[in-house]
Structures are given as C-alpha cells and as structure tokens.
Design a protein around this ligand. Sequence first.
Ligand code: PGA
Length: 240
Amino acid sequence: MNLIIKDNYDEMSKATGDFVIDYINKKADTLLCIAGGETPYGLFKYLIEASKNGKVDFSKCKFVGLDEWVGLGRETRGSCQETLYNNFFDLLPIKEEQICFFNGLAENLESECKRVDKFISDNGNIDLMVLGIGMNGHIGFNEPNVPLDTYCHVVDLDPITKDVSVKYFDEALDVKQGISLGMKTINESDTILLMANEERKAEIVRKTVNEEKTPLVPSSLLKDFPKLYFFLDKAAASKL
Ligand code: PGA
C-alpha cells in the first residue's frame, strides 16, 4: 500500500487529481469509476478545472458508477447519480454514451446489475477506481461482513450506513438497500485510489492500515492490492 499524506483536504484532492490526470494522459480510453459521497468533491472540482485548462482530455474515457441507494434516482438530491452528474459528468465535455450509472429506481435490480457488469466487461474491466471509505470501512456498498466473490449486487445496508445517510439528503430517507459494484469488480481493477479526510475517519483509517485484513472492515481487504494508493489528509492519518 502506498500512503500519501497531505496537509489538508485541498492538497489531498489535488494529489489524487494529479494521479488521475497522469493516468488518463497515459491511457486515453481509461474506464474510470469515482465514488459518490462527500470525499471526492474536491477531486471533481480539480478534474473539471484541469479539463477546462486542457491538462486532461476525458473524451475517450468511459465512466461507470460505483453504487446507488435502492429506490433513489437522479431527481433525489444526494443520490449517487445526482452527485456524480451534477458535480462531475455534466460539467465535463463528455457524452452520455460514455457513462454507465446504476438506476436505483430500476424495477428489476438483478438486470440492472447485469447491465452494469456487462458495460464493465465490454470495456475490459475498470482501469482506475477511486473509492471513499465509510465510517464502518465500507467501500461502495460493500458493507461489513462483505462476501468476496461478488460482481454487481444488491446489498442490505449496515446500520452505520443508514445512520450516516441522513447527511446526504434534504430530509431523512428510509434507505434499506444499496446496489453496488462488488469486491470482485473492485479487485479486477488495474489501480485503486482510496481517499479519506477529516478526523472522524481517523479510527477506520487506522483499522484499515494497521490491523489485520478482515471482511468486517471491507477497506482492509484492499491492503495487499498491488497498485493501491491511499490518499489521506493529516487529520484522517492522525491515528496511524
Ligand atoms: P463520505 O462517504 O465520502 O460521504 O464520507 C464515504 C463512503 O461512505 O464511502
């Protein structure tokens, strides 16, 4: 694991962004997956600015969603789709055909999983995966006690994820399930960037980095991934 510790959130976002830009400059047709949640907002801003300034060209990239709350679509502020489209995709000069995102409102969630799996395999697996880390160590909606042998799948949400969910929405929503890329999908990526900032993440970062691998802390399962880069700000790294 490569640990990159920066002084603050902006520096962490910039360092992650520079990695993404460098990767795409070497592989123009990168299949990129970036998590929703609050952590990547700075990264989105940095990449949009870089695109405007001609430092990176996303026109040949493909984009796939990491996860979504079951029952929520783009019209719900705080859904993963809304977050990615309104803060990233819609602000880049890219076409809708380049993007595959989970529809949390799909009637048949199994078909929705197959559709996303197919997009990924048709494009030769994910090149660059950018993940946040949940307060319970989840990555995407791969929750504590995660099975290792899954591609896209529907998940019952962990109580901590349900508690944390209120911060994303305008009103508390009774979310019970998620749809997510699985550990197998994640492990088949070429390179994984994990990001965490703020002191509230310090304990889960410590467990991820300093303790043994366990499915109870899904982020810890990435430890031995060959090309893993863990971007932290000082506060999140304070218990290492
Ligand atoms: P956050 O969520 O970026 O909003 O902290 C991280 C996650 O749950 O993966």
